[in-house]
Write a protein of this length. Sequence first.
Length: 94
Amino acid sequence: MQKKTIEKVIKKKINEWLLTIEKESLREEIKKSLIVTGGCITSMFQNKEVNDYDIYFDDMDVLLKIANYYSFDKMEVLDGRKREFYIEEKDKTH
């Protein structure tokens, strides 16, 4: 894959994730602070399948806001199960 194509693929993937964040102001802060690194870039250069996208933030305040946004107390897990399901499962394993 060429550099411009890789940039487009990463931008599309990040934008898909950003659209899941309901707070527009947080989305804008993330855009300004986000850094994509890791094997995804190497994989695309080598025309291999991407396993995941490693993201970092250059602003600790933005990172804390994201952590708060996704805090376990507020989170509905991506597969639709709620926090209570995981608490029950955790109790069963201990």
